[in-house]
Design a protein around this ligand. Structure first.
Ligand code: IVH
Length: 687
């Protein structure tokens, strides 16, 4: 195809893809099967790859992401992004109506909308194309998150119809509830910190540096306010402007009502008070806006918020229930966390049976007694919290809940360091949950990645006296493992006080897998071994920094406090934790044993990625290799390349291992991507 034909076809494809995006994501009325859509997208990507000069910044191919933003540029808002004043009662809404009505001569009309609980965004459109997406920031300037926002399919990159040449539209980016739960489940499996609520997940996702990662998450957006210069203004009312914005391609609120008085407004508020739990996203109230733009201008703004709008906030739902008992759980680090077991009660659509009590101070401040009647509240958080105690319902002979003085698992007296909220069991090498927790961490995917072993099997091996620390894993033989089985009782999260029984057994294949995987782990790079040791405050990133700075465990151990804190991101807390770890003879003994087993406790000096032969290259890996995937990824990074999860027009190489799926290969061929084998890759980096 010649360039002119390609230009025409790219324009056709872009238009048609954006129309299908709009049908699917904004109208929820897909017009073609997913497969046909994918084919159109693939054709577009292939053409753009063949004619790179024809790729436009707002091509639908940008939806898959790929741009990396290290630092988000700060941009000033043309119109400040204000907040809304809040109200909680009918009286306050009636006051708002009287106040506004007094300030204008004609009769007021109001628009009621849902108050979406997400992250505010300002979208700027120029000549019908998305120009910039900026977060609220401090209200006068925010962060330019355009690359990430382009991945949200319901946000149009190009508009249709008769739109103004320049305007801004504001709305809320949110994380749908069901996708949020999936996201947290996956994060849990990968040992990552969970997001407390969908709002935090939306905010965190919007600030990710890799837009390809954002594209994989399921952000969505409602747009609720159209702004343009007064002389450009062509609409009389807010309601009318939204209907037009819808025709240009925006996803505007579909739960919206025109109201004439406080009764009508309250009908809307009351309807949504309970119905909000059925919505696939979170709302935290209702927004009431004066409909006429002329009246809005007359009313104006205070320093913080418009006088023409107000938010009605729903109270966090709460319910009373009895405290049954308090459990004290000992974690991998020895921290003891109190958890309240409650009489099961229905709250905001789910049954609540437990609530976190955080730490000893929290229990004391709350003044919690046995069997107290407590108020449980569910705000945006997943875990409900106890907010109050009904003292009138307290039994006369009830006693205050005491924090434990001794570890519930090993009886060791608990200790608390100055300035810390948590009590710890200091018996790190002899307390069962700490031992098991440390081994679970050691074998986890991001640490030594030992396959076929998990919580249940670790518990069984521990009970059998086969393992007391990580080094013992490497002494296990096939004969010791094969045939081991036991019914394990684990606490039932759903029914406090009950347990679930499950059978844990070491079959032939499992036993061999575990031993093979342990053998393979001897090549796991040093920084992951360091992370696997489970030194307090040494997470994945810190372990990598330490490994790169000191290159061996011996050097880290010998480093002075000053040398440690001289490393980027290592502060007092981490340096002290490292020193106390290495001061413990048992730890030094463990490291010595792991060394004799052949684990990596040093690494070569890092090659200069700047001179890497893969500098600026994006590589997708697929299939099975002689080295682990993580090793392959590490090699790519060491030589300056970037590993990406999915093929796109921006991919430079597809690194193909054994058993690579045919679909991926076909796609790479279509996109004109270089396919290289493991041997060719190694040749490339050895050049
Ligand atoms: S209108 C000048 N409409 O609530 C204010 N805001 O607490 C224009 N919000 O910053 C905002 N849903 O992020 C408006 N339907 C809606 C909204 C909404 C959620 C957010 C918005 C605002 C915050 C104020």
């Amino acid at each position: 195809m010649d360039k002119e034909k390609a230009r025409k076809r790219i324009a056709e494809l872009s238009k048609s893809i954006e129309q299908h995006n709009y049908n699917y994501y904004t109208l929820a009325q897909p017009a073609i099967p997913d497969y046909d859509f994918d084919m159109l997208m693939e054709e577009l990507i292939a053409l753009e790859k063949q004619f790179p000069g024809l790729t436009m910044p707002n091509s639908p191919s940008q939806r898959v992401g790929g741009d990396i933003t290290k630092n988000f540029e700060t941009v000033a808002h043309q119109y400040p992004m204000l907040s809304l004043s809040n109200s909680y009662s009918r009286n306050e809404i009636a006051d708002f109506i009287n106040r506004t009505q007094k300030a204008v001569s004609e009769k007021l009309e109001f628009v009621c909308e849902l108050k979406y609980d997400g992250v505010a965004i300002s979208l700027n459109y120029k000549s019908g194309e998305l120009d910039r997406a900026v977060t609220r920031g401090d209200g006068t300037k925010g962060d330019d998150v355009t690359a990430n926002v382009k991945t949200i399919r319901s946000i149009p990159l190009k508009l249709q119809g008769n739109y103004p040449d320049y305007f801004e539209i504001r709305g809320e980016i949110y994380y749908p509830k069901s996708s949020f739960e999936k996201l947290n489940r996956t994060r849990e499996q990968h040992g990552l910190q969970l997001f407390a609520n969908p709002r935090n997940a939306a905010a965190g996702t919007l600030k990710l540096q890799d837009s390809a990662e954002v594209a994989k998450r399921k952000l969505d957006c409602w747009l609720y306010y159209l702004m343009m210069d007064e002389k450009e203004q062509r609409f009389e009312t807010h309601y009318e402007s939204l209907q037009h914005a819808k025709n240009w391609g925006f996803r505007i609120p579909n739960n919206i009502a025109l109201c004439q008085n406080v009764d009508e407004i309250f009908e809307f508020i009351n309807d949504w008070e309970s119905a909000r739990h059925e919505l696939p996203f979170d709302i935290d109230g209702i927004v009431i806006k004066v409909n006429s733009f002329a009246q809005q201008r007359q009313l104006g703004f205070t320093a913080k918020s418009p006088r023409w709008a107000i938010a009605y906030k729903y109270k966090a739902e709460e319910v009373q229930t009895r405290l049954l008992s308090v459990d004290f759980q000992v974690g991998r680090t020895g921290a003891v966390t109190p958890v309240a077991n409650l009489e099961p009660v229905l709250l905001a659509g789910t049954t609540v049976k437990r609530a976190s009590l955080h730490n000893a101070d929290f229990i004391e401040q709350l003044g919690l007694y046995q069997h107290d009647l407590v108020t449980v509240e569910k705000g945006g958080e997943i875990i409900p919290k106890i907010t109050a105690i009904d003292l009138t319902a307290r039994h006369a002979d009830s006693k205050a809940i005491q924090f434990l003085a001794h570890c519930p698992e090993c009886e060791t007296p608990l200790v608390r360091q100055d300035g810390e909220a948590a009590w710890y069991c200091p018996n790190s090498e002899g307390c069962p949950p700490q031992i098991k927790g440390k081994i679970e961490h050691f074998i986890s995917r991001k640490a030594m990645n030992i396959e076929s072993l998990g919580e249940g099997k670790i518990a069984l091996l521990f009970d059998q006296g086969l393992i007391k620390n990580a080094a013992d894993l490497y002494d296990m033989s096939f004969d010791q493992l094969f045939g081991l089985e036991k019914i394990i009782e684990t606490p039932d999260e759903e029914n406090p006080g009950n347990t679930i029984s499950r059978k844990v057994s070491f079959r032939e294949k499992t036993s061999q897998n575990i031993l093979d995987s342990l053998e393979k782990s001897k090549t796991v790079p040093f920084h992951r071994v360091l992370f696997a040791l489970g030194i307090r405050y040494v997470g994945e990133t810190v372990a990598k920094k330490l490994a790169d700075a000191f290159l061996s465990i011996d050097r880290i151990q010998r480093a002075t406090y000053e040398e440690l804190v001289a490393v980027d991101e290592i502060g007092d807390r981490i340096a002290s934790s490292l020193q106390s770890y290495f001061n413990d003879e048992q730890h030094m003994h463990l490291i010595a044993r792991l060394k004799t087993k052949g684990l990596q406790f040093e690494q070569a000096a890092k090659k200069n990625a700047e001179q890497g032969v893969l500098n600026g290259k994006t590589i997708v890996i697929s299939g099975v290799f002689s080295r682990s995937r993580d090793e392959m990824k590490q090699l790519i990074e060491d030589f300056g390349g970037k590993n990406s999860g999915s093929l796109s027009a921006k991919t430079d190489y597809l690194l193909a291992g054994e058993n690579m799926g045919p679909a991926k290969k076909d796609k790479a061929i279509k996109l004109g991507i270089n396919i290289i084998s493991e041997a060719e890759f190694l040749q490339l980096i050895n050049q």
